[in-house]
Every structure is written in C-alpha cells, then in structure tokens.
Write a protein that binds this ligand. Structure first.
Ligand code: 9UX
Length: 68
C-alpha cells in the first residue's frame, strides 16, 4: 500500500532525514521518500500493521505539521 502525506515545514536535508527516519522506524513502513520541494512524503506500508494516524503522529513528533 502507498500513500502521500502533505507535510509543512521541511526545508533542509536534515528535515528530510528526520521525517524519513521517524516513519521508517514504524513497524509496517517499508519505504519513505520526502520531496523537499513539494512537502510530499510518499510512504509505502502494510495497512495491516500501521495506520495513517500513527504516521501523522510520527511526523508531528519531529516538529512538522501534516496537512490534509
Ligand atoms: Mo534544517 Mo529542518 O537546519 O527543521 S533541520 S530546516
């Protein structure tokens, strides 16, 4: 399963690494790719193991906002 999160506030390479790292730590997330230019975060995951709410919380814990 794939989804795209829209994340606000990521501007540098460390932001990208923080968000990708936090999402990849979630059990069930198999790949994460941040596009800094657009704020879009493509996540590949197993929907039986992880929810979009858990992904949102992981990103917000890093200090970024997830928008609809
Ligand atoms: Mo870079 Mo991101 O100095 O919040 S880590 S802008």
């Amino acid at each position: 399963m794939k989804t795209t999160l829209n994340v606000q506030g990521m501007t540098c390479g460390h932001c990208k690494m923080s968000v990708e790292g936090a999402l990849n730590e979630l059990n069930g997330v198999t790949n994460t790719e941040v596009d800094l230019a657009t704020g879009k975060v493509d996540v590949t995951y197993d929907e039986d193991k992880v929810t979009s709410e858990a992904m949102r919380e992981a990103v917000e814990e890093q200090g970024y906002d997830v928008v609809a």
